[in-house]
Design a protein around this ligand. Structure first.
Ligand SMILES: Cc1cc2nc3c(=O)[nH]c(=O)nc-3n(C[C@H](O)[C@H](O)[C@H](O)COP(=O)(O)OP(=O)(O)OC[C@H]3O[C@@H](n4cnc5c(N)ncnc54)[C@H](O)[C@@H]3O)c2cc1C
Length: 415
């Protein structure tokens, strides 16, 4: 089906932000056309949260977002809060639950959230077109007002008064991600903040993988630090490296070459515990104690690495036995060194898995060139950027969708 030749509002990208913007602008009485190159809209919504869509969080705060300007997200997040989205979820009778840490998920399927948005769009009269490739975008001259932009697409050419770019980030190209939003930003002289994969698993070097091969599939709660940032959540050993919520969270703050400090026993003081056990269960092996606290395989791998790296005061590797001893045979200095190994494991990942599996793209359109109230480009009337394409990236836990909803809602009132 070809596109109409003109509309008041054209939104490119029918993901979370674009659908929200279309529904709200349509409800304001604006004539809205929403186009997407994919065969289906909202693909990332459908695959999110393991198919249950973690659609928001009970505790949304600006500190849950990364951006070169930490203040930028505040205005939009304050005007469309998590409670506003929960209100929509209730209005549509969608059953949901809090999984943990304020994260709200559908009881049934992520399709419920997509249906909510499609219903709202339908009620608002927003017109959605899939299979629509964008060929070019041009700004019109003043004498053609109120039309401001001409967009050539595979479904025909259309002029619009307001053009909203909601094309998301680069993660998961197989789901339709492209860099078109960034190209359009550059076309209209908007600087970009460096982009990289965020909320992404780490890869390890071959020797590290070999060392932890027995731990694959094991998950433990850890505290993980990178510089001044830290998270306490689960970490999973995988056949390529490390994953799990703690890893995804810290990956957004990690730069190649940086060392992570991982506390594998964040809720206890291992040295005190082992010292106490020297009195209470003196004949029990060190690895048995650690296995009780972590998993058997993790205990074994780390204890092996401890023995493998012991050096005497001259720096040469000790000839201490490769096997754990009963706990009463450990000197206080050794107990201290073992505790340090588990409380402050220093690890330099080889890299990340990149956009192939990343949940988000860090960086993007420089927010200093956008109005935080309207999401409009300050120097380019009628042009708006919303959602993930903008340099605002949330933590894991429903924060990215909340940014998509809030930024889409903000723009919808000014398009
Ligand atoms: C596996 C996975 C799970 C996730 N789970 C969660 C979660 O549970 N909770 C959470 O908050 N966040 C989650 N996220 C992040 C969240 O999905 C995104 O932050 C959010 O979808 C961004 O919304 P958006 O509208 O900006 O972009 P998107 O939802 O990515 O939408 C962009 C749209 O633009 C279209 N598009 C792209 N290029 C073009 C083009 N050239 N022409 C036309 N159209 C184009 C795409 O087809 C797409 O429909 C997850 C992400 C992934 C990858």
């Amino acid at each position: 089906m070809t596109l109409p030749q003109q509309t008041q509002v054209l939104i490119i990208g029918a993901g979370a932000a674009g659908l929200m913007c279309a529904a709200v602008a349509g409800a304001r009485g604006r004539q809205v056309i929403l186009v997407d190159h994919a065969n289906k809209v909202g693909k990332k919504i459908l695959m999110s949260g393991g198919g249950r869509c973690n659609f928001t969080n009970l505790d949304v705060l600006p500190k849950n977002y990364l951006s070169a300007n930490e203040h930028f997200c505040k205005s939009a997040l304050a005007r469309f809060t998590q409670w506003d989205f929960i209100g929509l979820v209730l209005k549509h009778g969608i059953p949901y639950h809090e999984k943990k840490l304020g994260q709200l998920f559908c009881d049934n399927k992520a399709q419920d959230i997509l249906n909510l948005l499609l219903d709202e769009c339908a009620q608002a009269g927003a017109d959605i077109h899939t299979h629509c490739e964008i060929l070019s975008v041009a700004a019109l001259t003043e004498d053609q007002l109120p039309a401001r932009y001409k967009v050539s697409t595979s479904l025909g050419t259309i002029v619009c008064e307001s053009l909203v770019i909601a094309t998301g980030g680069l993660s998961i190209p197989t789901m339709g991600a492209t860099g078109i939003g960034y190209q359009l930003a550059e076309q209209f002289k908007l600087p970009l903040k460096p982009r990289s994969a965020g909320l992404v698993p780490f890869t390890l070097a071959p020797d590290q993988l070999q060392q932890f091969s027995a731990c694959i599939g094991n998950a433990v709660e850890v505290n993980i630090c990178c510089g001044e940032h830290s998270f306490t959540e689960n970490m999973l050993f995988t056949h390529r490296g490390l994953s799990g919520p703690a890893i995804l969270q810290i990956s957004s703050y990690w730069q190649p070459g940086q060392t992570l400090v991982i506390n594998l026993l964040p809720h206890m003081d291992l040295a005190s515990y082992l010292t106490m056990q020297q009195q209470q269960r003196p004949k029990v092996l060190l690895t048995t104690f650690i296995s009780e606290l972590l998993t058997k395989n993790i205990a074994q791998c780390f204890c092996d690495s401890f023995y493998g790296t012991q050096r005497d005061e001259n720096g040469s590797v000790n000839s201490i036995e490769k096997q754990a001893r009963p706990i009463n045979q450990y000197m206080p200095k050794e107990i201290q060194a073992i505790a340090e190994l588990f409380h402050a494991w220093e690890l330099m990942p080889a890299g990340t898995e990149g956009y192939r599996t990343a949940e988000v793209t860090l960086g993007g359109v420089d927010v200093d060139y956008l109005s935080s109230k309207t999401m409009a480009v300050k120097h380019q009337p009628g042009l708006f950027f919303i959602g993930e394409v903008v340099d605002v990236t949330g933590h894991l836990g429903g924060f990215n969708f909340q940014w998509a909803w809030a930024s889409g809602y903000a723009a919808a009132h000014f398009v």
